[in-house]
Design a protein around this ligand. Sequence first.
Ligand code: PLP
Length: 448
Amino acid sequence: MKNQLSRRGFIRAATAASAALSWLGARRSAFAADADKPALLGGKPAHSGGWPTWPEWREAWESGVLKVLRSGKWCRAGAGEEVPNFEKGWAQLLGAKRCLATASGTTALITSLYVMGVDAGDEVITSPYTFSATYNAILTHKALPVFADTDPATLTMDPASIESRITERTRAILPVHIYGMPCDMDAINAIAKKRNLAVIEDACQAWLGEYKGRKCGVLGDLGCFSFQNSKHIPAGEGGAVTGMSDELVDRCYSFHNCGRSTPTFKGTGCFTRGGNFRMQHFQASILMSQFDKLVKETEVRRANADYLGANLKEIAGITPVRLPENSRAVWHLYPMRYDAAQFNGLPRGKFMAALSAEGIPCSGGYSEQYNDGMFDETIASRGYKRLWSDERLKAYRESFKELKGNKQVCETTVAISQNILLADRSCMDHILAAIRKIQAHSAELAKA
Ligand SMILES: Cc1ncc(COP(=O)(O)O)c(C=O)c1O
């Protein structure tokens, strides 16, 4: 029959097909080997195609910015409604009684420290594991940042290390909800209450972070936020102070507005100290446009972080961070602790290089910044020498060596950034596959 193959034809076709199949099989196992081989050793990366970029903008936000531009009312002093509207909206999102918008997170911290009475010669207990702006805000007041140790399990201030650092000069505690992970605020507030200290939260990375049903930024006396370009709700620059006390936030208003009075905090002219730390209406407009986006994206980051955490804890040598009971982080970075011993001694730097080669950008988080020179310069300065004895400054510098938990955290953390958590679930699987692959080939990678 025409359509039937002759025996010889059949054999020829079958032989060709089986040759093709075995070629394909060989290619497939070559692909599998490629996929299995770490990208750093020439294999195929676990993730390709990039990640969501940051910051983002929407066409719908343009009209608000244009409205401010055309109004000529760009500065909040005296006119315009965007900044006050933003303040109302941000306070509402957090469940805060009040909010004051500022030029940056740094100026929010400087303002709050001033209003809580921190002055030259005072000491403030804070976390060493933070962006340097936290320390700098304290130093701006010619006060001394005294570091509590970091709890390696949580990456935040270890409350057990606070009390031994309190002196008669201590005025405030400044916990930092680093990477958007809430500190153990009940323990911190209890110490502050017992020792009559103010509590100022550095919530600059903790927009909508939650601790026991309340938002970060309303858990102490005052809370501080940053809206700088890299943040989850960015406006290029910007910040806010939040709180539950009209009086405190009115005082903040005066300080941030050159020391002028407010309706409830009255005086004549510039009756108190202050500076120009005001937010512009342009920034407020951009920020208000992002409220809904922030709420939605926070849930996406959380869901992906939960998924990563549940799977990462099954990989020997990788420990996800522990959060305080009944709290929810917002993950400005997603950190994990890396134990090289479980990866055949593969140093953290090489692990990060291998992960990056797999298409997963990562970093080591903060380093022991207090050894960088900033504090040597500080304690050698005329002002600090006038305010503290040589012995105290020497002991202060030496005390950095006691920050054992922090050192461990600085040396073993590996972190991925927030925009990666906005990718879809399959991309989270790529992260897990990449780490498992590096784990499986860690001996080879360690030798390479
Ligand atoms: C923990 C922390 N504190 C303070 C700041 C200071 O904020 P800003 O850069 O807006 O001054 C930042 C900003 O990166 C931060 O991450």
